[in-house]
Design a protein around this ligand. Structure first.
Ligand code: SF4
Ligand code: SF4
Length: 90
């Protein structure tokens, strides 16, 4: 079985609690790997992006990650871990 040749991006949601408000990794990533999605939608009520847990960060384009580590450097709470299993296995 071959090891996938793309990045495994772990996002610690206990550290990255307000990604919509932060967005430092989204802004810094040259490959546009990250996106944010709303977790809580309350009908008739504006959600506050500064409230923890309202939004979540995910990595829909992790296959484009080059491992430049910019996102890790700009993250203020050390929430990101990126590994390349295929390179580690080589
Ligand atoms: S390591 Fe670089 S390319 Fe990969 S997600 Fe982070 S900023 Fe984007
Ligand atoms: S830079 Fe860090 S805290 Fe900010 S959105 Fe990205 S992972 Fe979350």
């Amino acid at each position: 079985m071959s090891v996938p040749n793309y990045a495994v991006i772990e996002i610690d949601a206990t550290k990255c609690t307000t990604p919509f408000d932060c967005k430092k990794c989204l802004a810094g990533c040259p490959q546009s790997v990250f996106a944010v999605a709303a977790m809580k939608v309350e009908k008739g009520r504006e959600t506050n992006p500064k409230d923890p847990g309202v939004y979540t960060l995910y990595a829909p384009h992790r296959d484009k990650c080059t491992g430049c580590d910019i996102c890790i450097e700009v993250c203020p709470v050390d929430a990101l871990t990126i590994t390349f299993p295929a390179q580690a296995a080589a």
